[in-house]
Write a protein of this length. Structure first.
Length: 146
C-alpha cells in the first residue's frame, strides 16, 4: 500500500518532481562552482607566462602563445546553472498550473530561485570587494585626494 501511495504521489506531481531535481542540480552546481573557483587550465597559463619571461630575458622576438583550445569552462558552467534554474522555474510554474500539490511546485521554485539568487549575490559581492580594493589602492597611492 505504501509503495502504491509513493508512486501515485510521484506520478501526479511529475512536473514538480522534475523541477525540484533540476533546481537542486542548478543550486548544487552554482555553489560548487563558486567554492571551487576557476576551473580553467591554470597549468597552461603558468607555462605560457614562464615562456614569455624566458623570451623577454633572452631578448628574442615576442611570440604570441595561443592556447591549444578555446573552451571557456567557467562561462559555460555559469550559463548551464542559470539555464537549469530557468528550466526549474518553468517546471514549477507548469506544476502549479497543472494543480499539483503545493510542496511540489514550491520546492522546485525555491531551489531554482535560490540558484539564480546565489549567482547574483556572489557576483555582486565580488564586484563590491573589487571596488573597495580599488578605492583603497587609489587612496593609498594618492590618486584620490582626501
Amino acid at each position: 500500500m505504501a509503495d502504491n501511495l509513493k508512486s501515485y504521489k510521484i506520478r501526479h506531481n511529475l512536473l514538480g518532481f522534475f523541477g525540484t531535481c533540476i533546481g537542486g542540480i542548478a543550486l548544487i552546481l552554482t555553489i560548487i562552482h563558486f567554492y571551487a573557483g576557476s576551473v580553467e587550465n591554470k597549468v597552461e597559463k603558468t607555462s605560457s607566462f614562464k615562456q614569455m619571461a624566458i623570451n623577454l630575458f633572452k631578448g628574442s622576438e615576442k611570440k604570441e602563445i595561443k592556447p591549444s583550445f578555446n573552451i571557456q569552462t567557467d562561462k559555460n558552467l555559469k550559463i548551464l546553472s542559470g539555464f537549469l534554474a530557468c528550466i526549474g522555474i518553468i517546471l514549477a510554474a507548469l506544476s502549479h498550473l497543472k494543480n499539483e500539490t503545493k510542496n511540489a511546485y514550491l520546492s522546485a521554485a525555491y531551489l531554482s530561485v535560490g540558484a539564480i539568487g546565489f549567482q547574483i549575490l556572489t557576483h555582486s559581492l565580488v564586484m563590491l570587494i573589487g571596488f573597495i580594493l580599488m578605492v583603497f589602492l587609489f587612496t593609498k597611492f594618492n590618486f584620490i585626494k582626501n
